[in-house]
Design a protein around this ligand. Structure first.
Ligand code: NDP
Ligand code: 2IT
Length: 444
């Protein structure tokens, strides 16, 4: 059996109850076959793939807190420190009821390659909890965050592990987490990114993932003789990534016509209005039914459905496995020619294959959503220098990083004889740097 197949079988056997983690490992290792097979004996002797697919450390902890009725609640907390070969662990925290060890491990594994692709010195990690911030009072969210950080603070630090936001963790949560870290550790350091501007945050970090997604999409289209100008874009999600993807799509001349949340979705024939979306989701923390009330031409539908809307470009920006084979078939039938992932692993393996086989330009999240973590690394640099850069400085660096990422993965795909396969290009380019650093550092 080949070393890749042996490793896939071992990961499955050791983690039988972790479907998301197995899915992420499968996607990466399938792309790496060509690289591994060139040097199989050396990789096998060094157990490189075993080390790559086993987190350096996985921390699980109890998070007790008291709700507004005086009832004690208990959630599960996680931090998976996956790989520190190229820098301190870096990656977000997700607060969502669906969080479990499999989800955090898949996200941490993806983060290793994503962070490598940014070209910046950051290793990969991820954390979170099955806590659901939805419907909780600010006091309840603060109580939860303080309890979560009381345990997490033992394992993180500005040069060790630097968490940030992800689903359910935005500016409010980062503020409460930072306050508790500083209080317990008595250290004013850049231990978290996505901070508020008054206490060490970076301009443009809020917008970075969505903007970066569009910078990369724009470059991918340009290099394939196409453009965003005048194109119809469908977007899923209505959170941080989706909102600023929609804003930048407008700025680049496209028309984004959909967004969605976990209850339903909006089609707005006039294009999604960013101010209304921000007012509904960020200010009121309300459902998308409120968007439809504020924009009478728009239509609200219950459930899933954005991929049924005719479009040129599709940007999944909500969550994993939200674009399945039937959705991919609809997109192709409706003439969609590009899909770029804003979320992590939103497209299932069979849907990705279908899109690629039908000539759709497909960019995987570990490349196209890397603008968020890249700008987090820029926030770390500013914190270390005790300086703040302007919005335009950060935005220009972000754009450069995204354009470079595209060219690196495009070149890697070409070098290994898979021109246009950006999934393979991203996995190979991300892997080579991490593998090189791991080799140089010996058996650790
Ligand atoms: P937010 O919490 O701001 O928004 C998430 C959005 O997705 C919300 O609209 C939410 O709906 C919807 N959603 C979440 N879970 C589900 C689900 N199970 N089914 C349907 N809809 C769902 O998160 P972000 O925008 O930050 O994250 C979105 C994606 O982007 C995630 O995959 C994340 O890992 C990824 N990402 C985020 C980065 C960042 O910087 N924030 C960086 C790179 C990737 P509702 O409002 O109902 O909760
Ligand atoms: O998935 C991701 O890259 C993020 N949630 C952002 C991580 C970060 O450290 O900014």
């Amino acid at each position: 059996m080949s070393y890749v197949d042996e490793t896939l079988a071992r990961v499955k056997q050791q983690n039988p109850d972790q479907p998301e983690f197995n899915q992420a490992v499968y996607e990466v290792l399938e792309s790496l076959r060509v690289v591994i097979e060139k040097n199989e004996d050396a990789y096998r002797r060094d157990a490189l793939l075993e080390r790559l697919t086993t987190p350096e450390r996985a921390i699980m902890f109890r998070v007790p807190w008291v709700d507004d009725k005086g009832q004690v609640q208990v959630n599960n907390g996680y931090r998976v420190q996956f790989n520190s070969a190229i820098g301190p662990y870096k990656g977000g925290l997700r607060f969502h009821p669906s969080v479990n060890l499999s989800v955090i491990k898949f996200l941490g594994f993806e983060q290793v390659f994503k962070n490598s692709l940014t070209g910046l010195p950051i290793g990969g990690g991820k954390g979170g909890s099955d806590f659901d911030p939805k419907g909780k009072s600010d006091r309840e969210v603060m109580a939860f965050c303080q309890s979560f950080m009381t345990e997490l603070c033992k394992y993180i630090g500005a040069d060790t592990d630097v968490p940030a936001g992800d689903i359910g963790v935005g500016g409010r949560e980062i503020g409460y987490l930072f306050g508790q870290y500083k209080r317990i550790r008595d250290l004013y350091e850049g231990v978290l990114t996505g901070k508020g501007l008054s206490y060490g945050g970076s301009l443009a970090r809020t917008q970075a993932t969505g903007y970066g997604l569009l910078y990369l999409t724009d470059e991918m289209l340009r290099c394939n003789g196409k453009s965003l100008e005048g194109k119809t874009v469908v977007v899923s999600g209505a959170g941080n990534v989706a909102t600023y993807a929609i804003e930048k799509a407008w700025q680049l001349g496209a028309k984004p016509v959909t967004c969605s949340d976990s209850n339903g979705w909006i089609y707005d024939p006039d294009g999604i209005d960013v101010d209304t979306l921000i007012e509904v989701k960020q200010v009121k923390r309300a459902r998308l039914t409120e968007y439809a009330k504020a924009r009478p031409n728009s239509v609200y539908h219950e459930g899933k459905g954005v991929w049924s809307v005719k479009c040129d470009v599709a940007l999944p920006c909500a969550t994993q496995n939200e674009l399945l084979l039937d959705d991919a078939k609809l997109l192709v039938a409706n003439g969609c020619f590009a899909v770029a992932e804003g979320a992590n692993m939103p497209t299932s393996l069979d849907a990705t294959a279908y899109l690629q086989e039908n000539g759709v330009l497909f960019c995987p999240g570990k490349a196209s959503n890397a603008g968020g973590v890249a700008t987090s690394a820029l926030e770390m640099s500013q914190n270390s220098q005790r300086l703040s850069w302007t919005f335009d400085e950060v935005d220009a660096k972000l754009k450069d990083i995204m354009v470079n990422i595209f060219h690196n993965l495009d070149a890697a795909a070409k070098e290994y004889g898979m021109e246009g396969n950006y999934v393979a290009g991203a996995n190979i380019a991300g892997f080579l740097k991490v593998a090189d650093a791991m080799n140089a550092q010996g058996i650790v």
